[in-house]
Design a protein around this ligand. Structure first.
Ligand code: ATR
Length: 264
């Protein structure tokens, strides 16, 4: 039986096992996908298990997406540029790190039918997933990316990789077509960003990386004002599906049953 893992800390909340085990079963693949809470000093041993084929694939989540890089033999260009690895795969005798958050975000946005070409994007937050989102936005040829983070220094650090980023102070709302909440504010149902978007026009696109709860206050309020909204559920499903394809050689089916698996 082939073994797959998602590693992180914390990891209890991860829904990756649910998705991957569903696809393994549906496709009659003899494999099992588990989650494992680890500490940083366990990364090296785990990667060694990929090399000796004890483990056949690993997903990496916070806070190890960057830390894991030093143990890998090779990175995809996307993983290299974002310094973020969420999928590990053994290929041609090399342990390779990929970033499927980028493709996951791109497919999720395309799936909504919203065209990002020449749009102005405003990102809230500068955490682990943000480099992947910026990479993906640039790929989809947006005209401008403005970013704001409570701790400004973290937003400024991103300019080392993405020099065209525009940084605004936390609390300032610039003109935008699409705004992305990439902060962790909203994970608790009562969380509120306390930002005033009410003076922006309606018909903007509000995207939240969070998918549990389904509708954060950020999305709820935006919808009330007549904006388009989308949560991070499809991004999560697509990043998993792209990882599945690396390991098993085909793209798994995404249907209502898969969608419902993540309804909590
Ligand atoms: P990761 O582990 O993926 O890097 P993280 O570091 O927890 O995620 O990132 C969370 C993001 O939410 C950060 O941008 C964080 O802002 P800071 O860099 O200032 O910490 C942001 N965030 C968390 N709580 C917040 C709050 N109450 N108000 C505004 N931003 C918040």
């Amino acid at each position: 039986m082939k073994k797959y893992l998602v590693i992180g800390n914390p990891i209890d909340h991860s829904l990756s096992p649910k998705l991957h085990n569903h696809w393994l079963k549906k496709n009659k693949i003899d494999g099992k996908y588990d989650k494992k809470k680890i500490n940083k000093n366990e990364l090296e041993d785990l990667i060694a298990k990929i090399r000796n084929k004890e483990i056949h694939g690993i997903n990496v989540t916070v806070p190890f997406k960057q830390d894991v890089i030093s143990y890998l033999d090779k990175l995809s260009p996307e993983a290299e540029e974002t310094k973020s690895v969420n999928t590990i795969h053994f290929n041609n005798d090399k342990v390779v790190g990929h970033n499927t958050d980028i493709g996951g975000f791109e497919r999720a946005i395309k799936n909504t039918g919203y065209n990002l070409l020449n749009k102005k994007i405003f990102i809230l937050g500068a955490g682990g997933v943000v480099p992947s989102i910026i990479y993906s936005l640039n790929k989809m040829k947006v005209s401008k990316i403005i970013i704001s983070n409570r701790t400004k220094k973290k937003a400024e650090d991103l300019k080392a990789s993405f020099k065209d980023l525009i940084i605004v102070d936390w609390g300032k709302i610039p003109e935008f077509d699409m705004v992305i909440n990439a902060t962790s504010v909203g994970l608790n149902i009562n969380d509120d960003l306390n930002l005033n978007f009410s003076e922006t026009d309606n018909q903007k696109f509000y995207y939240d990386v969070i998918y549990n709860p389904k509708e954060t206050n950020f999305l709820k309020q935006a919808k009330k004002r007549g904006n388009l909204t989308e949560n991070g559920k499809k991004m999560f499903i697509y990043q998993a599906a792209i990882a599945f394809e690396f390991w098993h050689g085909f793209f798994p089916e995404i249907n209502q049953e898969v969608n419902r698996l993540l309804d909590l």
